[in-house]
Design a binder for this molecule. Structure first.
Ligand code: ADP
Length: 486
């Protein structure tokens, strides 16, 4: 079974509809039957009352039916003419079998029953009860005559009154076959309607179930495609319900996976670039050192002055190697979330003064003036003194490196913001997005010794201290680095 949900939905829907139809059908049939019986009874009662009234009127209060069956027959002879013919035609008038009986259940009228020979003992048990009830002045119903009349019959009994005296009981026996036939017809019609409704509903439920499960199938297929690693897959479902919400959640998931996969690709490429670059950077000084050493060892370089020059070159290369390795070590430590840096209360003004003091030596070589302006003497924050000093030094060093001789570097502390502004070569728009990347550096005359790790370290230190580091630059005008303390 492939579409299990659809099958279940159809089954649930059909079962619910069937139960609903049975209950509604049952209630309807019972109400319909009761109402049909009530209508029939009302009709019978009206007929009975009219006949009883007419008989009373025709009797004019003077006549009696006489006593006993035979007496009744004789008594009929004493009736006036119109009453006689009325009574004779009672069955036709009432459209049913009509009896007029006295208190002792003696039949007084002619009619269908007049031809029947029946014994008193044949009369149903409740005939007595009915007649008694009628002689007590009530109109009453009974189904007890059915057996005697050999068909299901509803009998109504009503008193015939003359001179305020009940002189007889009018019993009308109406066969209930017609009534049952009406009820049966009603039942058949109801059953046919229910079957038709069920068939139509099942067709509708199939269509509904299929349209309901269609988006689920689409989502399943999309999830499978995502699982295979194709993160561009989307459900494309737009519905304003829970299914729609689920579909858009899958779409959001696919978007995020796509973004993450893209980022991971970039990271992978950056890592590869980094390894290529770092290998190159390590190889250059190592090659120089090895070449110099070989030249000395092979005796190619013998002159003491030349040997000294070679030694100095090797020392410089070793220093640059050391700086590179230290920077790499520092970056890897700062990027490691488990590596905790020591945070203690310190005065940023002290850190800035210290950094400027250290940088002023190099600045002096280029006759660059570092102008430090502090809007206060004390700006306390929590941090690692050495690393914050290193962070400012990296940016001040760069400012010196990329500034022309005799220029000024403005260093200021205003509110909680430190700005290092130079009048140097600036950074091009193309380079700007990458300057904080590991190992990114612009190779230029000013930047012969750069490793491309300085700003990466500065950014890491800033992150660790919740400092927002930003940059603004214009080529050939200058660059500003801003450190915003929280
Ligand atoms: P580097 O070792 O090359 O200085 P950094 O990470 O410190 O590495 O800087 C990355 C690049 O950002 C530099 O190569 C340079 O192109 C650019 N840069 C940094 N600071 C400045 C500045 N003040 N003026 C111009 N360019 C700068």
């Amino acid at each position: 079974m492939k579409n299990k949900i659809a099958i279940k939905l159809i089954a649930y829907f059909s079962a619910t509809l069937l139960i609903f139809s049975i209950i509604i059908g049952g209630i309807f049939m019972s109400l319909f039957k009761n109402s049909t019986i009530q209508i029939q009874k009302k009709d019978l009662e009206n007929r009975a009352l009219t006949i009883a009234d007419t008989i009373s009127e025709l009797m004019g209060g003077s006549l009696s039916f006489g006593n006993g069956m035979q007496g009744g027959m004789m008594g009929m002879g004493g009736m006036n003419q119109s009453l006689g013919s009325y009574v004779r035609n009672l069955d036709d008038i009432a459209m049913a079998d009509v009896w007029i009986v006295d208190e002792n259940l003696n039949l007084l009228t002619i009619g269908a029953m007049a031809k029947m020979q029946y014994m008193y003992s044949d009369l149903p048990e409740d005939a007595d009860v009915v007649v008694k009830d009628v002689f007590n002045g009530n109109t009453t119903f009974s189904e007890g005559f059915s057996e005697l009349l050999e068909k299901p019959t509803l009998t109504i009994g009503t008193p015939i009154v003359s001179d305020n005296e009940i002189i007889g009981a009018l019993l009308i026996h109406s066969p209930v076959e017609g009534m049952n036939a009406a009820v049966n017809d009603g039942f058949k019609m109801l059953a046919v309607s229910i079957v038709i409704a069920l068939i139509l509903s099942i067709i509708l439920s199939v269509a509904l179930a299929v349209s309901f499960t269609k988006p689920l199938k689409t989502m399943k297929n999309t999830a499978l495609i995502l699982a295979e690693g194709n993160y561009s897959a989307k459900t494309g479902i737009s519905q304003n319900d829970e299914i729609g919400e689920l579909a858009s959640t899958i779409d959001i998931l696919s978007q995020r996976l796509e973004k993450a996969s893209h980022e991971s690709e970039i990271l992978h490429k950056q890592r590869q670039d980094f390894i290529t670059n770092i290998s190159h950077e390590l190889r250059t000084p190592v090659t120089v050192i090895r070449g110099s050493l070989e030249a000395i060892c092979d005796g190619v370089v013998k002159d003491t002055k030349q040997v000294k020059e070679y030694h100095e070159q090797m020392l410089n290369e070793s220093k640059s190697l050391e700086r590179l390795v230290n920077d790499l070590f520092e970056i890897s430590r700062l990027q490691n979330a488990d590596f905790k840096i020591e945070m203690q209360e310190l005065n940023i003004c002290d850190v800035l003064n210290d950094a400027v003091r250290s940088a002023s030596n190099i600045a002096r070589n280029k006759n660059i003036n570092i102008d430090l302006k502090l809007d206060k003497d004390v700006f306390i924050t929590k941090g690692d003194y050495g690393r914050l000093r290193q962070m400012f030094l990296i940016v001040i060093d760069n400012a010196i490196k990329f500034s022309p001789e005799n220029s000024t570097i403005n260093l200021s502390l205003y509110n909680n913001k430190v700005t290092v502004q130079d009048e140097g070569i600036g950074i091009s728009k193309d380079d700007m997005p990458y300057i904080f990347n590991r190992y990114y550096r612009v190779k230029s005359v000013e930047n012969k010794t750069g490793t491309g790790l300085g700003l990466t370290i500065a950014q890491q230190i800033a992150n660790r201290h919740n400092v927002k580091l930003s940059v603004a630059s214009e080529q050939n005008v200058g660059t500003s680095f801003m450190f915003e303390f929280s």
